[in-house]
Design a binder for this molecule. Structure first.
Ligand code: FMN
Length: 222
């Protein structure tokens, strides 16, 4: 029931997950309201929200976190999230992640299969990231449904100050890259480039292209 009685890592993970998934679109209001309340200079002994723990130990610590999260929050992290039917786009994602890590040893790279991940955890990792790379193969001139769902969700959250790019395998026409890039732009992401696509399951040259693509993303987001 109280913030000092629970595991602190779990508490802050749940708090940032709540912020990322629920409050992100209201960040301007959050920041303004916190400033209004702090300007009153009222001593704060305890914060009893309508959900979550009661903050009685150093209650302003969560207020400081909310101010950080409300102001274009990002960590030195890049998230690579993909969907796939036959693992070609997964292999692209892994090669891109290696390419990022090879070009910048300080950046945290996180890799997710969108269809097999908890949606709220993935949104939290995107919230923490300075850039997100979204991958899907082309399917019927579009993208796979799990990738479409997460793009719809992040569009609504209106993340600020984040870069992005698209990737994916294709067989003959390859519309997925343009579809993903367009959704990312609609979501307010700064799309870094035209994305990368590989025909069918990538061969070793295709994997090298993906590694280079990862190198370029790392350098463009440093
Ligand atoms: C039902 C279905 C529809 C597809 N539609 C397209 C398409 O419209 N255009 C295209 O370029 N490739 C299309 N493809 C081919 C896939 O994009 C290709 O097989 C790709 O390598 C799959 O990537 P993955 O290994 O990541 O699943 C389609 C494949 C399937 C199974």
């Amino acid at each position: 029931m109280y913030n000092d009685l629970v595991d602190q890592a779990e508490l802050f993970q749940e708090a940032i997950k709540y912020y990322a998934n629920i409050l992100t679109p209201f960040s301007k209001l959050v920041d303004k309201k916190i400033k209004d309340v702090l300007a009153l200079n009222v001593p704060v002994d305890m914060i009893c929200p309508s959900h979550g723990v009661i903050w009685r130990d150093n209650p302003l610590q969560i207020v400081k976190k909310y101010v950080e999260w409300a102001n274009n929050y990002s960590e030195n992290q890049i998230t690579v999230a993909y969907d796939t039917m036959w693992n070609g786009t997964r292999r692209m994602a892994e090669a891109i992640a290696h390419g990022i890590a090879a070009a910048d040893s300080d950046v945290t790279v996180k890799l997710f299969n969108i269809a097999r991940s908890d949606k709220s955890d993935l949104i939290t990792e995107i919230f923490k990231s300075k850039a997100v790379l979204v991958g899907s193969p082309t399917v019927n001139k579009g993208i796979l449904s799990a990738a479409a769902a997460i793009l719809e969700e992040i569009k609504g959250l209106r993340f600020q100050n984040k870069k992005a790019a698209a990737f994916g395998c294709y067989g003959w026409s390859g519309e997925a890259i343009a579809v993903i890039s367009e959704r990312l732009k609609e979501g307010g992401f700064q799309v870094l480039n035209d994305g990368i696509m590989e025909k069918w399951n990538p061969n070793s040259k295709g994997i090298d292209n993906c590694i280079r693509f990862g190198n370029d993303v790392a350098l463009a987001t440093r």
